[in-house]
Each structure stands twice: as C-alpha cells, then as structure tokens.
Design a protein around this ligand. Structure first.
Ligand code: GTP
Length: 256
C-alpha cells in the first residue's frame, strides 16, 4: 500500500504503441540500464526510472553555473502497456484516468512502418490515442482542464538495416493518419450519422486536428495544446553496441 502511494506522487510517462515495437525492451533499459529479453506483454508493467546524470532537466536551466551542489536527478514512473489490439484498453484507460500524467511515449518499429500493414497499424493506434487527447482537451475547456500532455513518437530500431529515418517515419504517419481521418468521416456520412444538425457537432468531435483540412500534420494538434515530436533511436544495439536513446532521455528531461 505504501509503495503504491509513493509511486502515485511520481510523474508518470505512459508508454504505448503497436505490439513488437520494443516497449518492454525500453522499460528494462530505462529501469535497469540494460535491455533484457522480453516477450509479448499481456499486462501493463511499470518501473521507477531515474534520469541518467548526463541528461539535463528543465530545472537545470535555472541553476547557476557556480552552483556545485549535487542535486538528485528526477525520477518518474514509466508505465508500459501491451500493444496487442485487444489489450489496448489498458493504455486508453490510463490516458483518461492518470492524474500525474506527464507525457506519452508512442513507440513504433521504424522497419515495420515501411510495410503498408505495419504503417496502418501504427497510424490507427496513434490516431485513436491523439483523438482521446484532443477530446480530453476539448472537454476540459469548460471545467478546470487537465494538464496538456506532450507526445514523443519514438522511431525505434534505427539499427535495423531496413528501418526508415525518423523524418520519413513522421511524414508517413502523418499521411496515413490523414487518409484514415478522411475514410472515417466518409464512413460516418455514408451511414447517415452526422447528417442531421444534432450529430454534425459529433462529426467534428470525431475529426482529428484541423477540421476539414485535406492533409494531416502533427502541428495541427498544437491547437489542442498537444505538442508532438518524432525522434529516432534504438533500444538494442547492433551486435555488441549499446542502444542509442540519448535524444529520448533529453526529451523526457525537458518535461520533468
Ligand atoms: P508488446 O509487449 O507485444 O506490446 O511488444 P513490445 O513493444 O513490448 O516489444 P518488445 O519490447 O517485446 O520487443 C519486440 C522485439 O523487438 C524484441 O525481440 C526486442 O528484442 C526487439 N527490439 C526492441 N528494440 C529494438 C531495437 O532498437 N533494435 C532491434 N534490432 N530490435 C529491437
């Protein structure tokens, strides 16, 4: 009980993304400093992680250069959720309930998104997650709104020969989400939902980003206070090499 209470006070980062992206591998690397062997997750798992000494945090900016007192690096709770389609309710319920939610880490396999099916799977999941955040923001406007939650898309497995660079992962996801948004709204129209005045508001509520825009860009989410960055890296190294996760640590450090 005590441990639960202690963990509750820590800022929480939610880790999500399609199955096999490398989420559990990242959790073990962040928590233990080494990426252990993993298996397909059935249950959410969490670990308390601490920023490495080399990573600067937002607080460091306000520290005097002459200040040599040592300060403990901040800790946070990393919550890893299963990527399998049938188990995603774990992620979505945390999204809507976690009070200390500081950010979202959406991980994709940068090699898998080069295939049509891999791209669709990642884009659909990301679309749904962003739509939840958007709704959270829209509904929060009336009451005391929930804090804005920034999103980092981790373009993982950059060590793999067939992986796409993070800039391409970004544009591919944007394109695919744009298509998805179009088909979904068309589906609603065809089924008659959204035809009458009452439901037309709903149609807008189901539309991600700038309403009616032809193309989708992550930047459109800023209107809903949602900042999205895409950064490449790899949890596992090539052969004996260690993983490359520095950019991700920096992003986390900025937000803590
Ligand atoms: P679910 O538990 O099903 O949601 O999947 P997951 O996202 O947790 O994936 P997991 O961490 O189990 O990793 C899937 C596989 O990818 C494992 O075999 C990992 O060793 C491998 N993997 C993870 N990160 C990397 C990476 O950066 N490079 C390479 N080459 N392999 C990786």
């Amino acid at each position: 009980l005590y441990r639960k209470a202690a963990a509750k006070e820590l800022p929480t980062l939610l880790l999500l993304g399609p199955s096999g992206a490398g989420k559990s591998a990242l959790l073990t690397l962040f928590a233990n400093g080494i990426a252990s062997a993993t298996h397909t997750s059935q249950e959410p798992q969490s670990a308390v992680c601490q920023l490495p000494a080399s990573t600067t945090t937002s607080e460091d900016r306000y520290r005097s250069e002459n200040d040599t007192s040592s300060r403990a690096q901040p800790k946070f709770l990393l919550l890893d959720t299963p990527g399998h389609g049938k188990l995603r309710h774990h992620a979505t319920s945390t999204l809507t309930s976690a009070a200390a939610l500081k950010g979202l880490l959406f991980m994709v396999d940068s090699a898998a998104v080069s295939s049509a099916s891999g791209l669709t799977e990642a884009a659909e999941y990301l679309h749904d997650v962003l739509l939840l955040l958007q709704r959270r923001h829209t509904q929060g406007k009336t009451s005391k709104g929930p804090q804005a939650v920034p999103v980092l898309v981790l373009a993982n497995k950059q060590d793999v020969f067939t992986s796409l660079p993070s800039t391409i992962v970004k544009t591919k996801l944007e394109e695919e989400i744009g298509k998805l948004r179009q088909t979904r709204s068309k589906g609603l129209l065809d089924s008659g939902i959204g035809m009458d005045d009452d439901a037309s508001g709903d149609e807008e509520g189901n539309w991600l980003g700038e309403y009616g825009a032809k193309e989708f860009r992550f930047a459109q989410m800023q209107e809903h206070d949602i900042e999205i960055d895409v950064m490449g890296g790899n949890v596992k190294g090539d052969g004996d090499e260690a993983g490359k996760v520095d950019e991700w640590w920096s992003w986390i450090g900025e937000g803590l």
